[in-house]
Design a protein around this ligand. Structure first.
Ligand code: NDP
Length: 377
């Protein structure tokens, strides 16, 4: 693993922008619709606080549905506990809050314990949702969350990948049990395949040799076939479940749509063979927001337990929820696949930093075909 190669060039350096005090960023000061986004030049620069911190000058960021949801307050109850575990005792506020989960940029400073990166390195990363985001000039992360950017991509292209890649790894690898070594004889169904997570997942699974069936709108068929999808089912004409039922059963289903999808999708898995249904659309954060942390977590846990129990006992299939998880080493692997030409960025739209509200509006219109990227610098 390239992470075992220690780099010795990191230290706190005088070239650091830490002598500057403020930076440009898009922030929100309250939760709400697009009107709450505010541009400011007066956000304190996030300098190095810990030995393993890496400070990055952001070149490009991208938006995900999570940004629109977080702008409206989604997940605030759980994320605030992570931001400040003592928030019930202190007068903590998450505002001004910076959105944006993906970045591509250049390292400008490192903590004394950082061994893998040095100032000047071009990197990419996905930012945990409890940290300040990438719609800003600078971001500071731990070195575990950061990875070398693929050399073959521009910053704009690179910024479209980290969050969906880390989400796909979490769902397909950590939760779905797939990996490079075991995917070649697997049949995988991806619902909602034309968006950010779907377009990445198709390519990852094809790079690992899986057979990939997808659902999407008819007008996205060319896109997903171009990325490698073997079978494409149009969910906008006719009964999607009926069309899938005549196909061979699946080993893994990645559900990017949620809602009633699980009612017809789980029956498409191979019974009693370790097959897994993995959904990215779970009620956990909605529950903690509406019921409070304890009741919301308990309620979600009970729902998950009941569904998992019912599915394993009735048909021997695993029912699982997956969540985005920051993972620099997974991005290292993605970087190699990108530079080998196995994974392409899918940038549907790009906006200058002055037009972040317009980028949010684009995302809110739905019907994504890949990713929306913001050029920060
Ligand atoms: P996008 O908005 O990028 O893509 C969603 C895609 O699904 C669009 O292309 C849309 O196109 C398509 N779509 C909508 N309805 C259907 C349907 N019924 N059948 C098939 N396709 C459909 O979202 P992402 O790919 O970024 O994320 C997918 C989901 O996963 C989102 O709900 C997101 O919130 C969630 N997510 C959860 C994470 C977690 O940690 N749990 C992490 C990341 C994402 P069209 O409407 O034109 O068909």
């Amino acid at each position: 693993c390239s992470r075992t190669l220690a780099r010795t060039g990191c230290r706190n350096v005088c070239s650091s922008p830490s002598r500057l005090q403020s930076m440009s960023a898009w922030v929100i000061d309250q939760y709400g619709s697009s009107g709450v986004l505010r541009h400011t030049e007066e956000i304190t620069i996030p300098t190095i606080n810990f030995a393993h911190d890496v400070m990055i000058k952001v070149s490009a960021a991208s938006l995900n549905p999570l940004d629109v949801n977080m702008r409206g307050g989604y997940g605030a109850a759980l994320l605030n506990i992570r931001r400040d575990p003592l928030s019930m005792l202190n007068s903590f506020s998450e505002f001004p809050l910076i959105l944006g989960r993906d970045l591509s940029g250049v390292v400008v400073d490192c903590g004394s314990g950082v061994t893998h990166f040095a100032p000047g390195d071009e990197v990419w990363a996905a930012i945990p949702p409890w940290k300040q985001g990438s719609l800003a000039e600078y971001v500071t992360l731990t070195e575990y969350e950061v990875s070398y950017k693929p050399k073959s991509l521009s910053h704009i292209e690179a910024a479209s990948i980290p969050y969906v890649a880390n989400t796909a790894f979490s769902a397909l690898v950590n939760t779905g049990g797939l990996c490079r070594e075991n995917s070649s004889n697997k049949r995988v169904l991806i619902t909602g395949a034309s968006g950010g997570v779907g377009t990445f997942s198709i390519q990852l699974l094809k790079a690992w040799g899986a057979h990939v069936t997808v659902t999407c709108s008819q007008n996205a068929e060319g896109l997903v076939r171009g990325l490698g999808a073997d079978e494409v089912v149009d969910y906008t004409s006719g009964d999607v479940a009926e069309k899938l039922e005549v196909m061979q059963r699946f080993d893994v289903i990645l559900d990017n749509v949620g809602g009633d999808t699980e009612e017809w999708a789980i029956g498409l898995l191979k019974p009693w063979s370790g097959a897994k249904y993995v959904t990215l659309v779970s009620p956990l954060l909605l529950n903690t927001d509406s019921m409070g942390l304890l009741d919301g977590t308990l309620n979600a846990g009970l729902t998950l337990h009941n569904k998992a129990f019912q599915n394993i006992t009735s048909s021997g299939v695993f029912y699982r929820w997956a969540f985005y998880a920051p993972d620099g080493p997974a991005l290292d692997e993605v970087s190699r696949l990108v530079d080998a030409g196995k994974i392409l960025p899918v940038v549907e739209a790009q906006f200058p930093f002055t037009q972040v509200p317009q980028a949010f509006q684009k995302l809110e219109q739905g019907h994504a075909r890949g990713k929306t990227v913001v050029k920060v610098a």
